[in-house]
Ligand binder design. Structure first.
Ligand code: ADP
Ligand code: MG
Length: 412
């Protein structure tokens, strides 16, 4: 079903068209109707499946088509986000989808001057996107009043818990005592998240996409066994074979990020790095260049990547495997977003086999192997042809690498 046949206001439909959203993603298809019916919703879907629009579309529609509830509050809908970057990103989505609807969205986050945020709160706000710290500050200063909240959204709930915001969320439910609609969105689910969710929602519609596979079906992901010292060679190969593609490369440490950057520089490939040694301004600049595609290769450590939506990343390369198994899902989730397809490949050196086992344990399944052993090549070619990837040359490389190794062995 296309968005054009949905019961949405013409302004929202126009904005969806402008963004190039023709039909809903799976999670949007399932959550939009119950949200429009004003039910509580508990939605679990992998990263990149379009959860933001899954709540933003029906919320804007509801707020545009119904009058505000009577009360002393100055906010109709509150959306909680774990990080500043995400809060900014989600506000932007609300503003894009809400253009011309008269539904007004604003954002409050810490780390920046509060005065402009307070200025915006002087008028009533339809949708307030917030991180916990600044929001509680502004509540205690009397600039935010949640007494007439109609909809509460907890987005990226798993990330919220990881960052230790559980107390803040509980605090929030003490402030909002009156009846309201609660929407709970998370990429992963475990007992802790379940407990939290069920303490917040009331007889929710529960929606979960492919619970057995934390990696979205849009992502074709595999592992290639490569010696540590040969990784840069394979990376170079992937890059030169996909000159038009935006490639996100993950490494274990910031030192390694700079090393990979230099290795690429030596073969005349321009790239960018992002890690904790760069300040907020530098990071922002790097993200901008990568988003706009000015530089197509970004080398990153785990810190900077979670939840952030970068358009059109075709490839994710795990140059090093992530040490925290869960980060595998977050890393590969940077590609194959929305209705797009994506490819992820992980380089696994013999030293990293244990880490790989852990990741596979977390996924509860094995990752497809881009095998380097000769007898598995033919099979790999078959897989690659089936999924239209150009793995052939990579495999040829692997072949010659194997032969080199054999030669070396003979010399010894
Ligand atoms: P999640 O929160 O599930 O990780 P996001 O809400 O950030 O995912 O969405 C991921 C990407 O999918 C974004 O780039 C968004 O623009 C895109 N997207 C969302 N819905 C659609 C749609 N219906 N059609 C096409 N692209 C979409
Ligand atoms: Mg999200």
């Amino acid at each position: 079903m296309k968005f054009s046949s949905y019961n949405l206001t013409p302004q929202i439909k126009g904005n969806l068209e402008g963004l190039g959203f023709k039909k809903p993603t799976d999670i949007q298809y399932k959550t939009i109707p119950p949200i429009m019916r004003r039910e509580d919703v508990l939605a679990i879907a992998q990263t990149g499946t379009g959860k933001t629009a899954a709540f933003a579309i029906p919320i804007i529609h509801i707020l545009q088509t119904t009058p505000a509830r009577e009360g002393h509050g100055n906010v109709r809908c509150l959306v909680m986000e774990p990080t500043h970057e995400l809060a900014n990103q989600i506000t932007e989505v609300f503003q894009q989808l809400g253009k011309g609807t008269g539904v007004f969205s604003s954002c409050v986050i810490g780390g920046v001057d509060q005065a402009p945020q307070i200025k915006k709160l002087e008028r009533d706000i339809d949708i307030l996107v917030a991180t916990p710290g600044r929001m509680f500050d502004l509540i205690s200063q009397g600039h935010i009043n949640l007494q007439s909240i109609e909809i509460l959204v907890l987005d990226e709930a798993d990330h919220m818990l990881d960052l230790g915001f559980i107390h803040d969320i509980r605090q929030l439910t003490k402030i909002i005592r009156h009846k309201h609609q609660t929407l709970f969105f998370s990429a992963t689910i475990n007992e802790e998240i379940k407990d939290l969710a069920y303490s917040l929602v009331n007889k929710p519609v529960r929606i979960q996409l492919s619970p057995n596979d934390p990696v979205s079906k849009n992502i074709d992901h595999s592992v290639a066994f490569i010696e540590m010292d040969d990784k840069r060679f394979f990376l170079e190969r992937i890059i030169t074979e996909h000159p038009e593609s935006k490639i996100l490369v993950f490494v274990r440490t910031k030192v390694r990020a700079e090393r990979v950057f230099k290795a690429l520089e030596r073969v005349n490939i321009a790239s960018l790095t992002i890690h904790s040694d760069k300040d907020q301004k530098e990071r922002f600049e790097v993200m901008k260049q990568f988003k706009e595609g000015i530089i197509k290769i970004l080398i990153a450590t785990d810190v900077s990547a979670r939840g952030i939506d970068i358009p059109n990343v075709e490839y994710v390369v795990n140059y090093d495997l992530p040490e925290v198994a869960e980060n595998y899902v977050h890393r590969v989730g940077r590609t194959g977003r929305g209705t797009k397809k994506g490819i992820a490949v992980s380089f696994c050196s013999p030293e990293e086999k244990e880490v790989l086992d852990e990741i596979q344990g977390y996924l509860t399944k094995d990752i497809t192997v881009m095998a380097i052993e000769k007898e598995l090549y033919d099979e790999t070619v078959a897989i690659s042809e089936a999924s239209e990837h150009d793995w052939k040359s990579l495999i040829e490389e692997a072949n010659s690498f194997e032969q080199k190794k054999k030669k070396k062995g003979k010399k010894k």
